[in-house]
Ligand binder design. Structure first.
Ligand SMILES: Cc1cc2nc3c(=O)[nH]c(=O)nc-3n(C[C@H](O)[C@H](O)[C@H](O)COP(=O)(O)OP(=O)(O)OC[C@H]3O[C@@H](n4cnc5c(N)ncnc54)[C@H](O)[C@@H]3O)c2cc1C
Length: 397
């Protein structure tokens, strides 16, 4: 069979541009299909990535807006401060990053078509475009985000959390009093837990010049999220809203088929999102490297069955950690605002700030949870009436 190109990639977001670059570097003939004229807009990201990002992708210095050492974790009445004595995360200019990754792909020889992909035939490798043209390829890679058309055509039903974010100006002293701390304001992010939005949370991310990305994800509509965010800002700050953004965060499901015939999904299109934090960039970049290996081999050996190794390798690497994160979410879901306060008070009383600082990691929670279990702390910090439910969630004997 003759094809127009080796691989067609739908979506030139960070994930589409990254896999396009990797495949072009392997000598494949790659086409990116992107519906937007200007990629990256509107911003739909808090832009926080762990310091381990360099293990997964390039990140030029001029895209980093700020670096942070830790976090202030809030419930309504208590605050924990967790920190390392080194940088733990970078706050990035996400639009500039999307532009950088796309340029890198184009420089490596990837072709870009500014069209919307409207339909697919994953058996024959056909992508139908909005200009009534079609393009054929040995493999179609869906990097078309949370509402992926390719994923739908492969039979998946993706569920998503709504997410809202505002760019907000907050005075330095006001931020210090919110944290009840004199520490340098730009060195920390804040998270705020509220019964109403669990398993989501509110984030406050400093990008410098007294500006913060303040957002949340939850099961609510964008309209209700707007009210919740304004309530949070009114309760804690004198502030000025500069911009508002809306988006969606996929919920990971191991039932999703990320490979079918000539179709393969990566990133939000595959629901590759950390359950507790809603972060997607790092694991999707990791998935790009895994996918690149299987795609190049499948094309070289002309054997589509090889693609299935991509889903297997991804699940093997991430399903255990994701299971822990779902258990943490389920536990948090049991808590009222009063319970959250109790939980934080007990964490403080048991000197858990140090433990969280040592074992906590924005990418993984399993190490920290295991440490709590090992030290017998899990039942010291949770309200007694929840013990039985927690035992069931974690499957303790
Ligand atoms: C409010 C919010 C905050 C977030 N904060 C963070 C964070 O701090 N850290 C983090 O790691 N992650 C964060 N995320 C998640 C992160 O933004 C996503 O995981 C990431 O954008 C996924 O990249 P992607 O390339 O898979 O999809 P996208 O970035 O959604 O890109 C998809 C691309 O496909 C194009 N496209 C879609 N359909 C078609 C079509 N039919 N034809 C052609 N083109 C199409 C779109 O125009 C777009 O350019 C956040 C998400 C939200 C909503």
């Amino acid at each position: 069979m003759k094809f127009d190109c080796d691989v067609v990639i739908i979506g030139a977001g960070p994930v589409g541009s990254t896999i396009a670059y990797y495949l072009a570097k392997k000598g494949l003939n790659v086409m990116l299909v992107e519906k937007k004229k200007q990629i990256g807009y509107p911003l739909q990201c808090a832009g926080i990535v762990s310091r381990h990002i360099f293990n997964y992708n390039e990140l030029p210095d001029d895209i980093i807006l700020n670096t942070v050492n830790g976090a202030f974790l809030h419930t309504r009445n208590h605050i924990l401060n967790v920190k390392k004595d080194y940088e733990v995360a970078y706050i990035i200019d996400r639009i500039a990053y999307d532009e950088f990754l796309l340029k890198r792909a184009l420089d490596a020889g990837v072709k870009l078509t500014n069209q919307k992909a409207v339909d697919f035939d994953v058996n024959k490798g056909i992508t139908y475009l909005s200009n009534n043209q079609k393009v054929t390829s040995k493999i179609i890679v869906g990097c078309d985000g949370y509402n992926s058309k390719l994923s739908h055509s492969m039979g998946n039903a993706q569920s998503n959390f709504a997410a809202s974010q505002m760019l907000v100006k907050i005075d330095e002293n006001n931020m210090k009093s919110f944290r009840n701390s004199n520490e340098s304001i730009n060195n920390y992010v804040d998270t705020y837990l509220l019964e109403e939005i669990l398993p989501g949370f509110i984030w406050v991310i400093p990008i410098g010049n007294n500006r913060y990305r303040v957002g949340l994800f939850s099961t609510h509509s964008h309209k209700r999220q707007d009210e919740i965010l304004k309530g949070f800002l009114n309760d804690n700050f004198y502030y000025e809203i500069i911009e508002k953004y809306k988006g969606f965060i996929p919920v990971f499901s191991s039932n999703n088929k990320v490979v079918k015939n000539r179709g393969l999904l990566i990133g939000d299109a595959a629901g590759q999102i950390k359950p507790t934090s809603g972060g997607g960039l790092m694991i999707a970049f990791d998935a790009c490297r895994v996918a690149c290996k299987y795609i190049t081999e499948a094309i070289r050996k002309d054997d589509l069955d090889i693609l299935k190794g991509y889903q297997k390798e991804f699940n093997k690497k991430y399903s255990k950690e994701f299971n822990y994160q779902f258990k943490v979410q389920k536990t948090l879901n049991l808590l009222s605002d009063k319970d959250l306060d109790y939980f934080f008070l007990k964490l403080k009383e048991n000197n858990c700030e140090e433990l969280i600082s040592e074992y906590g990691d924005m990418e993984t929670q399993s190490a920290l949870v295991k440490e709590f279990i090992k030290r017998g702390l899990i039942f010291k910090i949770m309200p007694a009436f929840l013990f039985k439910k927690i035992v069931n969630i974690f499957g303790f004997r």
